[in-house]
Design a binder for this molecule. Structure first.
Ligand code: NAP
Length: 333
């Protein structure tokens, strides 16, 4: 697996990371033993960039990764680039959230994540969502203190605007911005991707497979009770039908090249930008292996343009989150 540099740091992450969120909640039943096997296979494939957050499973996700690291000893810890996030505060059983960016919270959330992960330092620590009532300078100042204390190595921001990124970067170098970016979520193309390139910030693309919708393998009528995708406007009703027509075009594009939809979706990100790292999520070894293989495909400029045209941003129907999920998401301007 090729690697990509995180920001201007010495840290190199696999060009395709692993989103671990689904190992704890949101996409149906989870199985810790299966998740550990998937994490182990990821390392064998050279995928070392694991993405977590304190809110995933209310700490379960970090504890799961912590146990995996512990089982492998110091050598395994040294292999993994651990990224996690703070800022979304939820109560079990509820999706509605409070966003906390206060310096005191940054400090206590980091201590709690370090404990669950069982590590001395987090490689990349993100603010998950912004609370505009706390000046970004104050929040990043608190994160910079964590860097100085050796508790984290690098600072990241998730779903921020380019203006927030610039303000934060002036306080302390930001290594990565993580936002939703895929064939059907193209907002970062307006300004954020170019801002990241300008500042030397890595762009980490989350939900790069459109939460499985782009793979063409998702049967939305068969989603388990409680699957988060049941609440997402673009997975439902007329929006789903309209969006499916674009995915059908993606399936034809992939079939003509011997690529799965997931491989095309990931290759599109990697070939289009040298500073983007997608973090597809999966609980399964077979999907993981398929996704890892995407790093070895090359798409030409003509093919990239063809894919761009298959998913005109204005043609995507339905929002990417329900209203409660938009709290703390800044627009791309
Ligand atoms: N910063 C943020 O606010 C934020 C928000 C959302 C997500 N994230 C991060 O980004 C990561 C990735 O995003 P995501 O998990 O939401 O969405 P995603 O990567 O677009 O899609 C994950 C879904 O696709 C399925 N899948 C994976 N590979 C597949 C393949 N080759 N063929 C068919 N289906 C496949 C997975 O199934 P299985 O689970 O059954 O394997 C899962 O249901 C998350 O795990 C999380 O770490 C961050």
């Amino acid at each position: 697996m090729q690697t990509r540099q995180l920001g201007n740091l010495e840290i190199r992450a696999s060009a395709i990371g692993l989103g671990c969120m689904g190992m704890s909640e949101f996409y149906g039943a989870t199985d810790d033993a299966q998740s550990h096997a998937t994490l182990a296979r990821a390392l064998e494939l050279g995928i070392n960039f694991f993405d977590s957050a304190d809110t995933y499973g209310f700490g379960h996700n970090e504890t799961l990764i912590g146990q995996f690291l512990k089982d492998g000893g110091p050598a395994r810890r040294a292999q993994v680039v651990i990224s996690t996030k703070f800022g979304i505060v939820r109560q079990p059983g509820q999706y509605e959230r409070r966003i906390d960016n206060t310096p005191a919270y940054v400090q206590s959330a980091c201590e709690a994540s370090l404990k669950r992960l069982g590590v001395d330092t987090i490689d990349l620590y993100y603010c998950h969502r912004r609370n505009p009532n706390v000046p970004v300078e104050d929040m990043v100042g608190a994160m910079a203190q964590l860097v100085r204390a050796g508790k984290i190595k690098a600072i990241g921001l998730s779903e921020v605007s380019p203006a927030t990124l610039r303000k934060a970067h002036a306080v302390h170098p930001v290594a990565a911005v993580q936002s939703e970016y895929s064939l059907w979520s193209r907002e970062p193309e307006t300004n954020m991707l170019v801002t990241c390139a300008d500042l030397g910030v890595t762009f980490v693309a989350y939900s790069p497979l459109g939460r499985a919708f782009l793979t063409g393998a998702l049967d939305t009528s068969g989603l388990a009770a409680g699957d988060f995708r049941k609440n997402l406007p673009r997975f439902n009703g007329a929006a789903e039908v309209a969006n499916q027509a674009m995915v059908d075009g993606l399936s034809r594009f992939g079939a003509a090249r011997g690529m799965s939809n997931a491989q095309v979706a990931l290759s599109w990100l990697l070939c289009k930008h040298t500073h983007v790292v997608p973090i597809p999520g999966t609980r399964r070894i077979n999907y993981l292996e398929e996704n890892a293989a995407a790093a070895s495909f090359e798409l030409s400029a003509t093919e990239l343009a063809e894919l761009d045209a298959l998913f005109p941003p204005d043609a995507i129907e339905g929002g990417r989150y329900p209203e409660a999920g938009m709290v703390g998401i800044e627009r791309d301007h």
